[in-house]
Design a protein around this ligand. Sequence first.
Ligand SMILES: *Cc1c(COP(=O)(O)O)cnc(C)c1O
Length: 362
Amino acid sequence: MSLVDQALPYVRAISAYQPGKPITELAREMGIPVDSIVKLASNENPLGMSPKAKKAVLAAIDGVERYPDQFDLIKAVAAKAGVAPGQVVLGNGSNDVLDLAARVFLAPGRSAIFAQHAFAVYPLATLSTGAELIAVPAKNYGHDLAAMRAAIRPETRLIWIANPNNPTGNFLPYPEVRAFLESVPKDVVVVLDEAYNEYLPPADRVDTASWIVDFPNLIVCRTMSKIYGLAGLRIGYALASGEVADLMNRVRQPFNVNNLALAGALAALDDDEFLQASYELNQRGMAQIVAGLEKLGLEYIKPHGNFVTFKAGDAAAVNQKLLQQGVIVRPIGGYGLPEWLRVTIGSAPENARFIEALEKAL
Ligand SMILES: *Cc1c(COP(=O)(O)O)cnc(C)c1O
């Protein structure tokens, strides 16, 4: 008898998340120095973290003997989002709040809907509850909202929407998202994951938190891992109706966000100078990478986040040749895109190094 046989069948059926290859791992494998490697695989901020956040994190070291208190950050997030503190749920990364939403609304006998090529954590969060996952074919690599609406069944309780989506970079204009919310039954929760929201040009952004009044079934998720540059601290949050936030907070581990993350996030939250610099660097880098891909005659999906997804043909071989040159990008075969690679937009020298390495790899 193996204990594996005793595990829940729906847990045994889950395939593990494939993270971007760590720099240290490639350095060990290739026997090359860590600082010769360019990692553009996990949509991290090339500027690092806000200097204000760094200062706050260092100062918070004095105090780690105490359990964390979420009060100040919840208050600041609520004020920034224009919601009540009772509508905020903090997570150990936004993956954590995605999981909380699943745990509140999903179970065996229920189902959740997500789009083909959408973020891998949606299947993980869904399947780990024993709920069924309904995958709706993509339209031009993005969400097909009409088809997702049509896929709702009586037992469906949750719909995952990433806008912009990862790993494809597709963007749904917000009037379409709002029309979708109008069409969804009120007893089906819509999780709107906006991990890349701050990378959108201001004209494309919408204050979706203000929609919660009209749509109590809406959960908006944001992260501090991407433009805020705090991926390693693990901090994200959800905004929801007071009722839904309360339910999510009941299943949340009481101390899910650590002291350093709370302090760093609080300082980062309104470092507008850092956010603006990160946004502008990303816009320039996006143009640089897109120009490089066009010069090489490669197809790519119009980017809306801090990464570009392009068709590499034999992506596994191209990826291997990039790795040999010390450049880490992200293969996305696990997302049903075996011929594609996703490259994070880095600093100008990193982007140049990627384009140069790609040219050699092709
Ligand atoms: C990166 C990402 C997140 C954020 O994950 P964290 O747990 O906050 O680091 C959430 N959703 C999508 C679609 C992402 O790409």
